[in-house]
Design a protein around this ligand. Sequence first.
Ligand SMILES: [Fe+2]
Ligand SMILES: [Fe+2]
Length: 411
Amino acid sequence: MKDGAAPSKRYALFGGTFDPIHEGHLRLAREFARRLCLDRVVLMPTYVPPHKMKESLAPAEDRLAMCRLATAGDPLFTVSDLEIRRGGASFTADTLAALHEQEPEVAWYLITGADMFLTLGTWNRFDEIARLAVLCAAPRDGVGMPELLACAETLESRGARCAVEDIPVLPVSSTQLRQRLSGGEAGDSAADGLLPETVAAYIAAHKLYTGKGTMKTMQTDEQFIEIIRGRLTEKRFHHSLAVAEQAAHLASLYGADAKKARTAGILHDILKDEKPAALLQILHDFGIILDNVEAVTPNLWHAIAGAAFIERVLHVEDAEIVTAVRYHTTGRAGMSPLEKTLFVADFTSADRKYDDVQEMRRLAEVGSAPAMEYALNYTIRDLAGRGLAIHPDAVHAYNELVAARLKEKTL
Ligand SMILES: [Fe+2]
Ligand SMILES: [Fe+2]
């Protein structure tokens, strides 16, 4: 192993889904630390793209919490939410570069799984990874020392520094554990030394990996509120609750279901605080293709991605709620009472402050049609005034309302 100016500290990055983190991970990290004199191991739970999130996978917050619990009180470990916060696919080169920037005086190591180590040479910006960290691996699952050492030789010929260590691996995998846990054996797994006790307790308390689908249990408004609390800024969180209140109120006037209206209100802006790049990543992960107006209107992305997110990740099965979220920014022709309710509620919630808000609130009490027409008229003029594109769905919604009004007048 070649070393440069011998930095004073040695830290390792250990990434993975940690779903859940188990004793196999911890022992491997501790043994690497002992052998390579590491001062710290940074556990980095990876972001899991929504479309890869099966029901058996725990949400990112839970995976993070379990990592923190598993390593609490052990000064060797820190837990980083960098990749989860970043969202979307993270390249190891970017993560290492970010860590390097935070701790420039540190010599970095990268702990990889044996199978990952064999493919490292093909990773995005391998040269950068090799420059930023010593590449570490230990045998497991049919990948033995000879194979790893041969691979290390190839990587070293490309300038990498490698540390292949013959560490005895605890025969446990997250997949096996999840299967076991789906049979309700969290306590047993802890007793067998496979899971830290705190993690087993957390799994039991949060009913993770129950096999019924972690996400499926998150179906009450209280749970949805906790989810948006974690995803939104304070201001947007309060806006969402205000929209939920207003939607529940308007539902009775517009002939919609008040309970569904409240849920739609809570969830409507769930992805509104994601960065445009993250939203594009989510849309891409879901296989959603934007039309040409959507492609140039980032304001619409949170509604399109949000609807897909609540349907596929939160398992909101009610199609009416999903479409209400989907069309809450543009509206569309032929809207359901629930869609209209959410659309108007978003314009008239108690937190809203704009010049015409009093008039909008008055019209909202009169009926969905005059309120929607007023809101669409306002939006279309505003967009055109700012030189922005107007989505055809909004135009169709507007025309439908105007046509109905004119028809009524002429009859
Ligand atoms: Fe919105
Ligand atoms: Fe909103």
